[in-house]
Design a protein around this ligand. Structure first.
Ligand code: ZN
Length: 133
């Protein structure tokens, strides 16, 4: 991996959280995007090299809705940028990490993504992401 690409935060309501984070970061949200496969609406902020992704569930049974039900709003995942997601997925699998998807899938913000099972990563959900050329 090359760097932390973004931090994903689970929120109940983007209409509340976007203005909140705009005030906090003193910058405007630069993009919102629906990711149908994950049943989420996302909103992105960038400050220097640092990106934050807010995630609101579009489905009462979606992963973000269930996360908030269990743990409340807060940090949902850490995304690591990788140059070649297939190679990195194989490497991590060989190291004993459990992948939540066998093939990379299309994520928000023009990325191919794969999640690692938090059971094998000290409870932290890790997302690998590779920019789609
Ligand atoms: Zn993410």
């Amino acid at each position: 991996m090359t760097n932390v690409e973004h931090i994903g935060l689970a929120v109940r309501d983007l209409e509340v959280s976007i203005p909140l984070f705009e005030k906090l970061f003193n910058t405007n949200c630069y993009k919102t995007e629906v990711v149908e496969s994950e049943k989420v609406k996302t909103a992105f902020f960038q400050k220097g090299e640092t990106k934050v992704e807010l995630l609101e569930s579009l489905d009462a049974n979606g992963v973000i809705a269930r996360f908030i039900e269990k743990k409340g709003e807060g940090i949902h995942h850490i995304a690591l940028a990788v140059k070649d997601i297939q190679t990195e997925m194989k490497r991590l699998q060989n190291e004993g990490f459990q992948l939540l998807n066998e093939e990379p899938k299309k994520g928000a913000d023009n990325k191919l993504i794969c999640f690692l099972h938090p059971k094998g990563t000290n409870g932290i959900l890790i997302e690998l992401c590779q920019e789609i050329e």
